[in-house]
Design a protein around this ligand. Structure first.
Ligand SMILES: Cc1ncc(COP(=O)(O)O)c(C=O)c1O
Length: 540
């Protein structure tokens, strides 16, 4: 055994090999690199990272300040400076928050807050799709597992149910004691670009939780700088200031640099400074970061910022319309913009508020192939696949700096790929003669089936649903409230014909009268249940 080859390297290699064999992608950081083609993929929503104005502002400051590089220590030791505190005060003022704490990144900020602030008697209710840094913070926190409630993404009903359950179970700690109900949500979710029902969640909390016993925390990573007055975010846009207890804004996305700020009360600020290990034990940001962030804020809060937001809104609308029209002829098993589990309430919310999300996911079971095609065309595309998301996609992001001509060219390339893919699959006979399952629920079935290889779907949590549309008699259906009731009825009445090896993947139980999809029920009236595919497979 060489010095490089230890028992540990073997063990790690084995795990990586098993990961690959199971169908999960083996990630690498040897590309894609910044390319000269237009940016349709980064989080640089306002195109500030390449802004000549930002460069000019920063450089003019940089030449006159005494210190630019390393902070040389933690904020509690040699790494502090007046500049940090002044920036925090400026950010607190801009976001109209009582206090602000700078962190080196959004991941760190989430970990700092969640690992430290909640206390042993507290309860947490969180959206199932919150960022993994929030989950990581929670994992390190005092909140035991049985006090963590995960609710179905963006569902106010599911949120309310969790809240009621928690209040009932922990009544003594929360209502009669000193406990707090923490709520973790995002304003805009990064993978689908959908907006959270924040107003309804706040209202529900205020109705059900006794005053002084709730702490709502909103991650504004994908709304900071883009939405709200002067780019102050979604909370500011909805006028919820003062009803949200902590906000986290990242400075590495629309702000075009890096870092993050926690906007919270002076007490939480003080507590974090004293107890948060990921804050207290790390070297503070470099001095230049403080100058860059100040320059970003000059732009974001000024007329140029508004001009960039207007440009962004126009180009996003253009791209959404253009992509939507161009991709409409293709079936979902090639590419679609419409998720099978489209959250109609979220779509309605953004339409009412006239909000256009710059995140446009190109959903495709062949997302990796699509990304390779785009990379060959010079784009910096990468696919997002399971387990990061349940439905794989190339996540397109439109930026203030993109032009209509750039969008046109990009759409052309996507259509070129989809056309070729469609022809290939048709020649292989894979798109013809689909069973009635697909006729009934085309998007749902095809997405599910083509999405997962047999090994890759082993860990998939899915949702089985039976729509009332599939019942011969709607009145009978109404009397069967659960998925199980409906399935039993249909089986007993010989409607169900189990199918096997469908589309190359072992599918059991998915009959013309049942459908399976990942995420939320396809039909909000259809009884459904979450389950693990492994259970279904092993049961048959
Ligand atoms: C919702 C959300 N929160 C936090 C983060 C982490 O931010 P950062 O990249 O600054 O660590 C991200 C990053 O993508 C995010 O999407």
């Amino acid at each position: 055994m060489s010095a490089q080859e230890t028992a540990l390297t073997k063990c790690l290699d084995n795990i990586l090999t098993r990961r690959k064999q199971s169908g999960l992608p083996l990630l690498a950081i040897d590309g894609p690199f910044v390319s000269p083609t237009p940016d349709f993929f980064s989080n640089d929503y306002l195109s500030l990272s390449t802004s000549p104005l930002l460069r000019e502002r920063f450089l003019s400051k940089a030449l006159s300040v005494p210190r630019l590089f390393g902070s040389t220590g933690t904020r509690l030791a040699t790494g502090n400076s007046e500049g940090y505190r002044a920036l925090e005060e400026r950010l607190a003022h801009f976001f109209q928050s009582p206090d602000a704490l700078l962190c080196t990144s959004g991941c760190v900020a989430n970990e700092v807050f969640w690992s430290t602030v909640p206390q042993p008697g507290d309860v947490l209710i969180f959206d199932q799709l919150v960022h993994s840094s929030i989950r990581e913070g929670v994992r390190l926190s005092h909140i035991p597992k049985d006090k963590q409630y995960k609710f179905r993404h963006n569902s106010v009903t599911a949120f309310k149910q969790c809240l009621e359950d928690a209040l009932k179970k922990y009544h003594a700690q929360i209502v009669q004691g000193s406990g707090t109900v923490f709520v973790a949500i995002e304003s805009v979710y990064s993978m689908d670009g959908d907006f959270s029902p924040l107003e309804d969640i706040v209202r529900t909390v205020e109705e059900l939780v006794p005053k002084g016993h709730a702490h709502i925390c909103v991650d504004e990573a994908h709304s900071s700088g883009i939405f709200g007055p002067d780019g102050r975010g979604y909370v500011a846009l909805l006028g919820l200031k003062g009803r949200i207890h902590t906000m986290m804004h990242t400075l590495g996305k629309a702000w075009g640099h890096r870092g993050a700020v926690l906007l919270t009360s002076p007490t939480v600020h003080k507590y974090l400074v004293n107890y948060a290990k990921a804050f207290g034990y790390t070297t503070a940001m470099a001095h230049m970061d403080v100058h860059v962030i100040n320059s970003c804020l000059d732009i974001i809060s000024g007329p140029k910022g508004q001009e960039l937001r207007n440009k962004l809104s126009h180009i996003v609308q253009y791209a959404q319309t253009h992509l939507g029209n161009a991709l409409r002829p293709f079936p979902a098993q090639i590419i679609t913009l419409t998720p099978a589990d489209l959250d109609r309430a979220a779509a309605q919310r953004s339409a009412e508020l006239k909000l256009y999300s710059p995140v446009i996911p190109l959903l495709s079971p062949h997302a990796v192939e699509l990304s390779h095609y785009l990379i060959d065309c010079g784009y910096n595309a990468s696919a997002v696949t399971y387990p990061v998301v349940k439905v794989s996609r190339v996540r397109v992001i439109v930026h203030a700096g993109n032009t209509q001509a750039e969008v046109d060219r990009f759409v052309e390339k996507v259509v070129e790929w989809a056309t070729t893919k469609n022809q290939t699959l048709n020649q292989e006979g894979k798109l013809v003669g689909r069973p009635s399952l697909i006729t009934i629920m085309p998007r749902i079935a095809q997405t599910m089936i083509l999405e997962y290889s047999p090994s890759a779907y082993a860990n998939v949590e899915c949702n089985l649903a039976i729509s009332p549309l599939l019942f011969p008699d709607p009145m009978v259906c109404k009397k069967l409230p659960t998925y199980r009731d409906r399935l039993t009825y249909l089986e007993n009445h010989e409607y169900g014909q189990p199918r096997y090896n469908y589309g190359g993947i072992l599918i059991r139980r998915f009959t013309p009268i049942t459908c399976c999809h990942v995420g939320q029920p396809p039909d909000r009236d259809g009884a459904s249940e979450y389950c693990d595919l492994r259970e279904i497979c092993s049961a048959h």
